[in-house]
Ligand binder design. Structure first.
Ligand code: ZN
Length: 271
C-alpha cells in the first residue's frame, strides 16, 4: 500500500456555514479543530478536494467531534476507501491485526446473545474469514462492508445496505475501528437498533476523547469523522434506544487504551 503524507490545504478554507450543527445534540456553537496533522491520505483519495479542505468541528455543548466533508452517499465513501483496500481485497491475504479483536468481540456477542440469532461483524474490512470460520464452528455469524472489491456471497458476507431484510435479524453487532469512520452516525445507530432483536448486544472498539486528548492523531485524523465524548455517546444512546453497559477489558495485550477497553451496549427499546 502506498501512503502519502498529509498536505495542508492549498486553497483557503471556506468560512463556517451557519448550519454547522452538531449531529448528536443539534447545538450550533462549536470550535474548529485543526485536522490531519499526522494524517495519511492514500493516492486516489488525494483527488478528493473535500478532504483537503475539510474541517473538524468540536461541539461546545456535548463535546462531540465531526467533520464537514464526508459524503453520506455510501457509494462515494466506498470509492474513497477502495483506494486503501484495493490491494488487500483478495481473500488469500485477508488477515490483519484487527482479526484477533473481531474474533474476541464476536465471541463476546455470541455468548451474551445465546447464539440463537447470528451476530454481525459490521465493517469487517478484509477480514471476512473470521465470520466464515465461526460459522463452520457452529457459531452463527455474518459480516458486511461497503467496499466495491470484496467477494460477497450475500449469505455470510454481504455488502452493507439499509435493506429491510436484515431487520430484527441479529443477536449482536460488533465492530473494530469502524465507528470513528461513520459519516452519518445517528442513522447508522438507528440501523443497529432495527437489525438487532430486543435486548441485542453491541461490542465496539473505537477511539474517543474519553481516552485521548484533542491533539492525539486518532482525533485529528481526517478520516476519523465521528469522535465521541462521554456525553455525546450517552446522548446518542438515548436517541437510538441503547444503554452503555460499561467497558469489557480486552484479553489481547496492548498499550493502546482504545484496544484495551471494549464498549458494551445493550438495545433497551425499539425506536
Ligand atoms: Zn453536541
Amino acid at each position: 500500500m502506498k501512503l502519502f503524507p498529509w498536505h495542508p490545504p492549498q486553497t483557503p478554507v471556506p468560512p463556517v456555514q451557519a448550519e454547522a450543527r452538531c449531529p448528536i445534540c443539534d447545538c450550533v456553537k462549536q470550535e474548529i479543530l485543526e485536522c490531519g496533522r499526522t494524517t495519511f491520505v492514500t493516492g486516489p483519495s488525494r483527488s478528493h478536494a473535500e478532504i483537503q479542505n475539510g474541517r473538524k468541528f468540536h461541539c461546545s455543548a456535548c463535546g462531540h467531534i465531526w467533520t464537514s466533508w464526508m459524503s453520506k452517499d455510501l457509494k462515494n465513501v466506498s470509492a474513497l476507501y477502495d483506494g486503501i483496500y484495493k490491494e488487500t481485497a483478495n481473500e488469500s491475504v485477508d488477515v490483519n491485526f484487527r482479526s484477533a479483536y473481531q474474533l474476541e468481540l464476536l465471541t463476546l456477542a455470541l455468548l451474551a446473545s445465546g447464539k440463537k440469532k447470528p451476530c454481525l461483524d459490521f465493517g469487517c474490512g478484509p477480514n471476512s474469514s473470521v465470520a466464515l470460520m465461526l460459522n463452520k464452528l457452529g457459531m452463527p455469524t455474518q459480516c458486511c462492508d461497503i467496499s466495491n472489491y470484496y467477494p460477497y456471497d450475500n449469505e455470510v458476507f454481504f455488502r452493507h445496505s439499509a435493506d429491510a431484510r436484515w431487520h430484527n435479524r441479529f443477536g449482536g453487532v460488533v465492530s473494530v475501528d469502524v465507528i470513528e469512520h461513520l459519516g452519518d452516525t445517528l442513522n447508522t445507530w438507528l440501523y443497529f437498533n432495527r437489525i438487532l432483536k430486543p435486548n441485542g448486544v453491541m461490542y465496539h472498539i473505537f477511539p474517543t476523547t474519553i481516552h485521548y486528548g484533542l491533539d492525539h492523531h486518532y482525533i485529528t485524523n481526517a478520516f476519523h469523522l465521528c469522535i465521541f465524548s462521554e456525553q455525546s455517546l450517552r446522548l446518542l444512546c438515548d436517541k437510538t434506544g441503547f444503554e452503555f453497559r460499561g467497558f469489557v477489558p480486552s484479553k489481547i495485550p496492548s498499550k493502546d487504551p482504545t484496544l484495551q477497553q471494549i464498549f458494551h451496549f445493550e438495545k433497551t427499546r425499539e425506536v
